[in-house]
Design a binder for this molecule. Structure first.
Ligand SMILES: [Zn+2]
Length: 251
């Protein structure tokens, strides 16, 4: 356990393997992308990783539960009222944020607030928060990452079957990072993309602050609808089971 959520749920990390290279793989930072947490449980069991990987299967537990179970997952009456107002209805199946309506993956201190789709008041998605790391979940993820000092990180999202690896790296680091990205691409079959207008994400922060290679994997075919459900899991597992092993061996 390395931290707690807005509603005091525990944030868990589990390590597989030992020594270097050490990776961090985090999943479901966006609530509606909870299917990736189930992918994490499969990847944890896969052998073949060189060194070690810290798995964080559910980076946004409150949000994932809200998405799956709706307001009945929220204990506090005033928070239920707040969420209902922000969401504009009781269907939370497309919710991405945490229980403060902060989108955790734009709350990191990496050109914070400059992203193309950023919004500046509470919302189901894209709200950057009042300040970088104002969300307990993103602050905990930052502190955990600084503590274990990984050589690379991978963030699992849905959907579109593509891999993002770029965030303003200088040329010499871009060459290293692209080589590693290619290993991920070969293993998954997903093409590499450069995200224009990205800012404040965990991957962005890892690249800018830690100066390590960091990747966002968008798993799941684009034609599937949010939120991807359990029927999509077998295909996600098939394409991604060996991805971290392939990346670690290329490192
Ligand atoms: Zn996402």
């Amino acid at each position: 356990m390395f931290g707690t959520s807005v509603s005091n749920r525990k944030l868990y990390a589990v390590r597989v393997g030992e020594g270097a290279p050490c990776g961090v793989a985090q999943y479901a930072i966006h609530a509606r992308e909870w299917i990736t947490a189930l992918l994490a449980l499969e990847q944890v069991r896969y052998r073949g990783v060189k060194g070690s990987v810290w798995f964080i299967p559910l980076a946004n537990p409150d949000g994932a539960l809200l998405c799956g179970e709706g307001l009945s997952s929220v204990n506090n009456a005033s928070r239920r009222k707040f969420l209902l107002e922000v969401n504009g209805g009781e269907d939370f199946s497309l919710w991405k944020a945490n229980l403060d309506a902060v989108d955790l993956n734009v709350n990191f201190n990496a050109c914070w607030g400059t992203g193309k789709r950023n919004v500046f008041s509470p919302a189901p998605e894209n709200y950057v928060g009042e300040a970088p790391f104002c969300a307990p979940e993103s602050a905990a993820l930052r502190d955990f990452t600084l503590k274990v000092a990984p050589q690379y990180t991978v963030s699992y999202h849905t959907k579109g079957e593509e891999i993002y690896w770029r965030f303003r790296q200088p040329v010499f680091r871009a060459a290293r990072d692209k080589r590693l990205a290619r290993a991920l691409s070969q293993s998954t079959g997903y093409p590499l993309r450069e995200a224009k207008g990205s800012a404040g994400g965990y991957k962005d922060w890892c690249i800018q602050t830690l100066k390590i290679p960091a990747f966002t994997v968008e798993a799941g075919r684009e034609e599937l609808r949010h939120p991807l459900d359990r029927a999509a899991l077998s295909e996600l597992v098939e394409k991604n089971l060996g991805a971290l092993a392939a990346l670690s061996r290329e490192y």
